[in-house]
Design a binder for this molecule. Structure first.
Ligand code: 6PG
Length: 229
């Protein structure tokens, strides 16, 4: 399934509208929506629009996971969880039990295993071989990385595990990340990308055949949408 590319005039608003549309459809079909949040800076503006446009959604029927996390405490300024809590989770009042946080404050491999087991327990209850996200939000680094799957990393070759500890050149270096098998089990993936400096890279990736890590996000039974600002 070829990727869909959206280049909206108002990136944050249209990205939020896309996400909310998927959420409403998924909640209508399955009564639960499993959403993986992305890290970095780009999601901040989108989260603000999700709060502004989607506060009436039944967030108590949304389950939140994180595509990756930096190995820092949850109140660290570099924490993806902290960014999500401050810009989205507190504002929409999602129950704490619906938020699956990667514990960046413990040893990376232990945090990865713990997270993998948490997702597997829920997947088993759903009769799934591995956890199936309804929508995974991802960012794109200027080197073509996504989540914490960086060029040249052994993490790119993981074909069995769903969550692993890894390192990368973007500080902080120690990370926990979802792997391609888990990302590619999703029903939908949306890349949220801003910055003209990334536009050529997006073009290379959506053209196919590139070696960039982001280009290897190809859900077996799902669609990829690029929302580019
Ligand atoms: C992280 C992210 C990472 C991010 C990209 C884009 O933890 O840093 O998961 O993959 O999405 O590096 O980051 P910006 O949105 O800040 O450009």
């Amino acid at each position: 399934m070829p990727p869909i590319i959206l280049r909206p005039a108002d990136f944050a608003t249209e990205a939020a509208r896309f996400i909310l549309g998927q959420m409403r459809a998924g909640l209508g079909e399955r009564g639960l929506f499993r959403l993986a949040l992305s890290g970095g800076k780009t999601p901040r503006a989108v989260h603000a629009e999700l709060v502004r446009l989607g506060s009436e959604l039944p967030w108590n029927r949304v389950q939140i996971t994180f595509g990756d996390e930096r190995c820092v405490p949850p109140d660290d300024s570099e924490s993806n969880f902290r960014m999500a809590r401050e810009t989205l989770l507190e504002a929409v009042g999602i129950p704490a039990g619906n938020v699956f946080r990667i514990r960046g404050e413990i040893a990376p491999e232990e945090a990865a295993r713990e997270y993998e087991e948490k997702l597997a327990a829920f997947a088993n209850r759903c009769g799934e071989r591995r956890y199936v996200h309804d929508l995974v939000l991802l960012g794109l680094g200027e080197d073509g990385h996504t989540a914490s799957l960086f060029p040249g990393s052994r993490a790119l070759d993981e074909t069995t595990r769903n969550v692993i500890a890894t390192t990368g050149p973007k500080p902080p270096p120690q990370r926990v990340t979802m792997t391609f098998p888990l990302l590619n089990a999703a029903r939908q993936v949306a890349f949220l990308v801003t910055g003209a400096e990334k536009h050529p890279l997006v073009g290379e990736i959506v053209a196919g055949g590139s070696a960039h890590p982001a280009g290897r996000v190809q859900p077996e039974n799902g669609a990829v949408t690029w929302i580019v600002g």
